[in-house]
Write a protein that binds this ligand. Structure first.
Ligand code: PLP
Length: 377
């Protein structure tokens, strides 16, 4: 099955009981048992729900994994995966990882004795040097948010295997339509499904896919014990969104490529980050490990004041947190998504006050370019 067909035909299609073409929303908490312990696969909806299950099978098949798990948010998925570890364990993470991931590692899970080191994972030697005796996993985000740095997943996964570490990849930016980390050796894939998978700015959700029965058993145990599960309505909304993922990703990407080429020529743009440009340092690696470059662009306009002036003039780019939706969004990472990262760290990473990030929507690209042009004037 090819990618676009898979989005429609993978998973559990329809409803066996009624023939309904769309998976019904099983808005139910508990299930009748014929005798104690004798039931039809579901006993309580924290443990399992048919609508959520259909979504979990779908994402697992899309990522080429062994099993999928749906959570109440991307952070719930990430936190639950981190609960596979225990006190004294150490995890290496990409340095400009999503701000919420940095926060949960450095302000919450550290209190439970899970240690974290943040390094530039695009440099394999740096990753290798960060491995300690108690390291248990390498957590990658590629390309990163907001600087779009690219990590060689296959090389890191190989190193991880040699050292008996898990490789975990946050695949939010690329989605399984463009990037499939498990095929490159990753053990666990994470998603903020709030973004491209949902795609319409109407649901907050997280997904995890694991590549083995052992990890599936362990993560299901955490999911059921901790209970940060996704409800049936939101599970259904996600499945609805995923059906058009291919069409949307193609459009996000072709619009982003045009806009990146336009920004590259623009005098008001001091620095530009888009992996679809041949000048981007991760361009060749992206070509090797993904089938697309995505719809996220970051650029530096020089100062916070200039960024504010741009924001005030734009008509079609909504100032908002989040990304990956049909409508174009714009944000200022230093004051929004990455505000939880200490200022010295932000400066080290290049997340300056003048850096703006756009999530290119699926509007007509001519309108988007005209809008940016008048905004930057
Ligand atoms: C948004 C995001 C998250 C967190 O997901 P939520 O659904 O907001 O909890 C994690 N990783 C990346 C890359 C994100 O963009």
């Amino acid at each position: 099955m090819r990618a676009k067909t898979k989005l429609i035909h993978a998973g559990i299609v329809g409803d066996e009981a009624t023939g309904a073409v769309s998976t019904p929303i099983y808005q139910v908490s508990t299930y009748k048992q014929e005798a104690v312990g004798k039931f039809k696969g579901y006993e309580y909806s924290r443990t399992g729900n048919p609508t959520r299950h259909a979504l979990e099978v779908l994402i697992s098949e899309l990522e080429g994994g062994f099993a999928g798990f749906a959570f109440a948010s991307g952070m719930a998925a990430t936190s639950s995966v981190m609960m596979l570890f225990q006190k004294g364990d150490h995890v290496i993470l990409t340095d400009d990882v999503y701000g919420g991931t940095f926060r949960v590692m450095s302000k919450v899970l550290n209190r439970f004795g899970i240690e974290a080191t943040f390094v530039d994972t695009s440099d394999l030697a740096v990753v290798e040097a960060a491995v300690l005796e108690n390291t248990k996993a390498i957590f990658l985000e590629t390309p990163t948010n907001p600087l779009l740095k690219v990590t060689d997943m296959e090389a890191v996964a190989k190193l991880a295997k040699e050292k008996s570490l898990l490789t975990i990849v946050d695949n939010t930016f690329m989605t399984p339509y463009f990037q499939q980390p498990i095929a490159l050796g990753a053990d666990i894939v994470l998603h903020s499904a709030t973004k491209y998978l949902g795609g319409h700015s109407d649901v907050v959700a997280g997904l995890a896919v694991v590549n083995s029965e052992k990890l599936a058993t362990d993560l299901h145990f955490v999911q059921n014990s901790v209970g940060a599960v996704l409800g049936p309505q939101d599970s259904w909304l996600l499945m609805r969104g995923i059906k058009t993922l291919g069409l949307r990703m193609e459009e996000h990407q072709s619009n982003a490529q045009r806009i990146a080429e336009f920004l590259q020529e623009h005098k008001a743009v001091e620095k530009l980050y888009y992996p679809g440009l041949v000048q981007h340092p991760g361009h060749e690696l992206m070509k090797k490990q993904t089938t697309g470059f995505g719809g996220m662009i970051s650029f530096d306009v020089g100062s916070g004041e200039k960024a504010d002036a741009l924001l005030a003039k734009l008509r079609y780019f909504t100032l908002a947190e989040s990304l990956g939706a049909v409508e174009s969004l714009i944000s200022v990472p230093s004051r929004m998504t990455h505000a939880s990262i200490p200022i010295e760290r932000r400066q080290e990473l290049g997340i300056t006050d003048g850096l703006v990030r756009i999530s290119v929507g699926i509007e007509d690209v001519e309108d988007l370019m005209e809008d940016l042009d008048q905004g930057l004037a």
